[in-house]
Design a protein around this ligand. Structure first.
Ligand code: ADP
Ligand code: ZN
Length: 811
């Protein structure tokens, strides 16, 4: 019996609220349930995070209702969300909300009711009209506002509200919009037997349409509407007739929401090759011991990492446990997902980013009840309520989509997965062909064990990579293609082989580049590219705040030929149409894939050989496996490098390696062409040699003296406001607060954000470097103290400024 509950709200308040529990509810309260609580002047939905008998020092209000019979979150997930709220400095309530499927609402609705003390005789005619309206049916405040808006009753309505003749009352809204359909069943008193008897009797004239229909439906009842859409006998006419004659009736049932746009014929599991077997053996031992272990599966593209995942997952499932497979973005990896489907079929619940709320909730329930044991999904699937969790796989561990940037909780799925696995004595496999510096650092420190796959499966070889120096080809271009790439494409098309082109445009960060030597101006303090701000004609470093007037001559070679790069889109697809009139070109980017299922469609078209050239943004770099692709081209590698971030080189390297990995996956050898004005850049040179270790060594050497991650952890304070002055002043104030609270730590900034003005708000940043070994307790304490001091020192002077905290921010 608990007399008090602590409740978290799904809002940005990092505070808990205590309520007392009415007697009749005391036996039912449990952590993880949603509850209906009085809050300020109204009510709110919160989640119980603790139950206890300690009387607080203040007067408590009573809890009103318990909204879930069973807790929505297990103790394990409550604990995980708590850890996130401390480590990533979010509120516990908003973290819990992020961990639950969108269909589980935290919203309430305001309804109207006519006050019971109202005496109708005292009302005017127009007032009566409204009062009677509201008595007749439940009406929400919004509905009523809409109904009377623009009519003569609008004023009358507001008046009734003011006089409290109409009162507002609030209710939790737990409804999930459910998609239903008709299911045909026997009408009352009819049974299959009695109908059969009738059909065999002389009364049943087979020439009549409805009798034929009855015979038809008798074998299939209960029958869903969706199953008879094109039936020539069971038409809307005959069905209506049967219903009118009281043979059948219908009920509304929930629509089946299985996602089956991924083709997945069952397949048996492959035998592992020697390398794979060696890696799997290690993982298998940990799985058998049911002890926490963390593996970094470092395998080149096409080496068969996915087969290792499948074997590990199989062992887990056979032991009656469950697993989570995280992929960067499910819509981009239909091929990977369908490989899991072919082996595990119905055991899988996919958490698709384009699912309806209803579908999402169903998948969540299937996992929660143990009906399904494997969850596949992007970042947020790390919260999947898999029962008896034995394994978490992070495919493409280095992918930046694993970090949530906005809104809070700004968590990273990799760190979260590790914490969750540890709590469950489960195993983590982080797989990548280009492991992140974080993962490599973990391996170096013994925090995870590296397993390597160094060869492509069977005879497939890594492709040859040619770097094309755009400076040299200035006179030998076909549109955006240097002649060697153009010729290779012609050749491939002649042989009926396929081509993938990557055309990456981040679009928002402009930079200056020298057309003669390829030089891009760098920040003198931070080794990142300077962003070009056209309006002010400034070059700015968004790390340190350094800025200077834009150059008129190249600081490197003195050439006056400086060009603004990185913004505006060019219609490369059209250009290809002119260059290769015979070839079929398809585009794969955010615009072409916004429809549900469009990804799969485009990829299927390409996979079936119905298109010759696939052109796209970095989406084309991820995980595609098309054996007929022999030429891969990157049209402009420089855009990525110019992004003002210490991680730009790493991301560039990853992108080039990943996209190169799409070439020559089958029996035919492949070639990759990288077009660049900076061919000597290490990211390009190491990608050319497929030398990730070499690249990582150099990258770490660059980061160490600057104390960038993984040698430190960055905590970024992001300040936003519509007022340019206020946000910059607030950022300076915050910087001095930081200096007072943790004078021993290095601070970057204050400086304008990489994108200094977004959604009509000015953005400033202050970044703190902390010891990467410090845990959630330290981070929470430090940030809390900084915010306290900042609040005390600003005393609400910068009320327009909102401060977000982003731990482990990725640029
Ligand atoms: P990765 O995930 O490392 O990029 P994949 O798992 O996609 O590599 O493997 C590349 C190709 O090799 C796939 O078509 C896969 O089916 C095939 N393959 C990998 N391992 C085996 C194996 N042991 N037996 C048969 N085919 C395999
Ligand atoms: Zn130059």
């Amino acid at each position: 019996m608990s007399t008090f509950v602590d409740v978290a709200l799904p809002a940005a308040v990092r505070k808990q609220f205590t309520y007392h529990v009415p007697k009749e509810l005391m036996a039912s309260v449990q952590p993880g349930q949603r509850v209906w609580i009085p809050f300020r002047n109204y009510y709110a939905i919160g989640v119980i995070i603790g139950v206890h008998n300690q009387t607080p020092s203040f007067k408590t209000k009573p809890l009103r209702k318990i909204l879930d019979e069973e807790p929505l979150l297990s103790q394990e997930l409550l604990k995980l969300t708590k850890w996130i709220s401390r480590f990533y400095y979010s509120s516990w309530g908003e973290t819990i909300q992020a961990a639950l499927p969108a269909g589980l609402n935290f919203v309430s609705r305001k309804y109207l009711k006519v006050s019971e003390s109202v005496d109708d005789t005292g009302l005017r005619e127009d007032q009566k009209e409204i009062v009677e309206d509201l008595r007749q049916s439940d009406t929400t405040l919004n509905e009523a506002k809409k109904r009377y808006k623009g009519t003569g009753l609008n004023k009358v309505f507001s008046n009734l509200l003011k006089k409290k003749i109409i009162e507002i009352w609030e209710e939790p809204d737990l409804k999930v919009t459910v998609a239903t359909e008709r299911e045909w069943i026997w009408a009352e008193g009819r049974t299959e037997e009695s109908v059969q008897k009738f059909l065999e009797s002389e009364n049943a004239n087979n020439d009549l349409k409805w009798v034929e229909a009855l015979a038809h439906i008798a074998e299939r009842i209960p029958l869903r509407q969706s199953e008879i859409s094109e039936d020539s006998v069971l038409t809307s006419y005959t069905l209506k007739k049967l219903r009118d004659e009281d043979w059948i009736t219908y009920q509304d049932v929930e629509k089946n929401t299985e996602i089956d746009h991924l083709s997945h014929e069952p397949e048996s599991i492959k035998t592992l090759n020697e390398d794979q077997e060696k890696a799997f053996k290690k993982i298998g031992e940990s799985l058998t011991k049911e002890e926490f272990a963390n593996y970094l599966l470092f395998g080149i593209t096409g080496s068969g990492k996915t087969e290792v995942y499948i074997h590990a997952l199989k062992q887990v499932v056979e032991n009656g446990k469950g697993g989570i497979v995280l992929v960067p973005e499910i819509a981009l990896t239909p091929q990977t997902v369908s490989r899991f489907y072919r082996i595990f079929g119905d055991q899988i619940a996919v958490l698709h980013s384009r699912m309806t709320n209803r579908e999402r909730l169903q998948a969540w329930k299937d996992l929660n009840s143990g009906k399904k044991s494997i969850a596949i999904g992007p970042r947020s699937a790390v919260f999947a309520p898999v029962q008896n969790l034995g394994l978490i796989i992070l495919d493409e561990e280095h992918d930046s989509s694993y970090k949530q940037m906005d809104p809070a909780p700004r968590y990273h799925a990799r760190e979260t997965a590790i914490v969750r696995a540890r709590e469950n004595n489960a195993v983590v496999i982080m797989g990548s062909a280009t492991p992140s510096m974080q993962a490599l650092n973990m391996a170096a420190k013994g925090k995870c064990e590296m397993l390597e796959l160094t060869k492509r499966h069977a005879e497939a070889k890594l492709p040859e990579v040619e770097v094309l120096d755009l400076k040299q080809y200035r006179g030998a271009m076909r549109g955006e293609l240097a002649v060697p790439l153009f010729m290779a494409m012609e050749e491939a098309l002649k042989k009926g082989e396929q081509i993938i082109l990557l055309y990456n445009r981040r679009g928002y960060a402009s930079y200056l580049q020298c057309e003669d030597c390829g030089h891009i101006p760098q920040s003198p303090e931070c080794s990142v590219s300077l962003t070009y701000h056209k309006r002010k004609n400034l070059l700015m470093c968004h790390y340190s705040g350094y800025s200077r007037r834009a150059d008129t001559k190249c600081e490197h070679c003195g050439s006056p030929n400086l060009k603004v790069q990185g913004s505006g889109t060019q219609n490369i697809e059209e250009q290809l149409g002119d260059l290769f009139p015979e070839a079929k070109v398809i585009r794969f980017d955010r615009d072409s894939t916004s429809r549900k299922g469009a990804h799969e469609q485009i990829l299927n078209t390409f996979g079936e050989g119905k298109a010759d050239i696939l052109i796209g943004t970095q989406l084309v770099a991820k995980g595609l496996d098309f054996p007929n692709v022999t030429v891969v081209g990157v049209i402009d590698t420089d855009t990525e490098l110019a992004f003002p971030s210490f991680q730009a080189t790493e991301r560039m390297y990853q992108l080039l390696s990943q996209v190169s990995g799409r070439s020559g996956r089958g029996e035919k050898a492949g070639t990759v062409f990288l077009q660049s004005r900076q061919p000597e850049n290490p990211a390009i040179q190491f990608a050319k040699k497929h030398d990730h270790r070499g690249f990582a060594r150099q990258e770490m050497e660059f980061r160490k003296p600057l104390n960038y991650p993984p040698y430190s952890r960055l905590i970024r304070f992001e300040l936003k406001s519509v007022k340019e002055q206020e946000v910059s002043q607030a950022a300076h104030q915050l910087t001095s607060s930081v200096g007072r609270v943790v004078p021993e730590l290095a601070v970057l900034g204050p400086s304008p954000g990489a994108i200094p003005w977004m959604n009509k708000k000015y953005i400033w940043e202050v970044t703190l470097k902390i010891d990467p070994e410090k845990g959630a307790g330290y981070i929470e304490a430090v940030v809390e103290k900084i915010m306290e001091v900042y609040d005390a020192e600003t005393k609400g002077r910068f009320s327009s400024v909102r401060v977000n905290v982003n731990v482990d921010a990725i640029q």
